[in-house]
Design a protein around this ligand. Structure first.
Ligand code: SIN
Ligand code: FE2
Length: 212
C-alpha cells in the first residue's frame, strides 16, 4: 500500500507498525555524509566475528552512547569501541533529530535513540534474516537509514519461517518498524554490483535503536 505521509514523502506500509519513507533523507545527504566521515575517522569500519566464529561480510561501526558489537563472547551493546578502547563517536544532532522525525511520521512519538549501528555493504555482502533483540527496550521502534547502492530488504514476520516480502531500499529511504512488528525478522539480500553517483560502489545503513 502506498500513500503520502504528513511530510509529503511517499510512504509504503509493510505491515502494521512498519513503513518505508521514500526519499526522506535526500535533503540532508551532504550533512549526513560529512558527519559519517567524522565518525569513521574516529571509529573505523571493521568486520566483526559472530559468536559462532564467522566473519561478517558487512563492515560495522557505531556512534552514540552505546554501540552494537559481536565477538566470540556474544552479541551485546558496549559503551566503548573495543578497537580503540574509547567511547564511540558522539551521535550527531542531525542524526538523532532525523531519526526522531521519521519515527514520528510513522506514528512513534518521542523516539530517543541511544545507539546507532552503521553498516557498510560492498557488492557481495549480505545480512541474513534476523531479529533485533539485543535491546533492553522493545517499546521503541527501529529506525533505519539507507544511503548509496540500492538493496533488497526482506521483511518477514514473528518467526524465521514466516513468509518474507522483498522491498527495494534506495538512497535516502528510511524504514521504521515497531509496535506489533518490532520483533519481525528482516535481512538484506546479497548486494549487487553497481555505482552510486555520490557513494560509489557501496551501501551505508544507519540503524537507530533504543538499547537501554
Ligand atoms: C539491520 O538489520 O541491522 C540492517 C538493515 C539494513 O542494512 O538495511
Ligand atoms: Fe536488524
Amino acid at each position: 500500500m502506498t500513500q503520502l505521509s504528513s511530510s509529503g514523502n511517499e510512504l509504503i506500509q509493510m505491515s502494521e507498525g512498519a513503513v518505508i519513507l521514500k526519499g526522506f533523507l535526500l535533503k540532508h545527504e551532504q550533512e549526513l555524509l560529512r558527519n559519517l566521515e567524522r565518525i569513521t575517522d574516529l571509529s573505523a569500519f571493521r568486520h566483526m566475528v559472530t559468536p559462532g566464529g564467522y566473519r561478517m561480510s558487512v563492515a560495522m561501526t557505531n556512534c552514540g552512547p552505546r554501540g552494537w558489537v559481536t565477538d566470540e563472547r556474544g552479541y551485546r551493546y558496549s559503551e566503548t569501541d573495543p578497537e580503540t578502547g574509547h567511547a564511540w563517536p558522539e551521535m550527531p544532532a542531525l542524526y538523532s533529530q532525523l531519526a526522531r522525525q521519521a519515527a514520528a511520521v510513522a506514528g512513534y512519538h518521542d523516539f530517543c535513540s541511544d545507539a546507532c549501528l552503521i553498516n557498510r555493504y560492498i557488492p557481495g555482502a549480505r545480512l541474513s534474516l534476523h531479529q533485533d533483540k539485543d535491546e533492553k527496550n522493545f517499546t521503541h521502534p527501529i529506525v533505519s537509514f539507507s544511503l548509496g547502492l540500492p538493496a533488497t530488504f526482506d521483511f518477514g514476520g514473528r518467526t524465521r519461517s514466516a513468509p518474507v516480502t522483498p522491498y527495494l531500499l534506495e538512497h535516502g529511504d528510511v524504514v521504521v518498524w515497531g509496535g506489533p512488528s518490532r520483533m519481525f525478522y528482516h535481512g538484506i539480500r546479497t548486494l549487487k554490483k553497481g555505482h552510486h553517483e555520490r557513494m560509489g560502489s557501496q551501501r551505508i545503513n544507519l540503524t537507530f535503536r533504543r538499547a537501554h
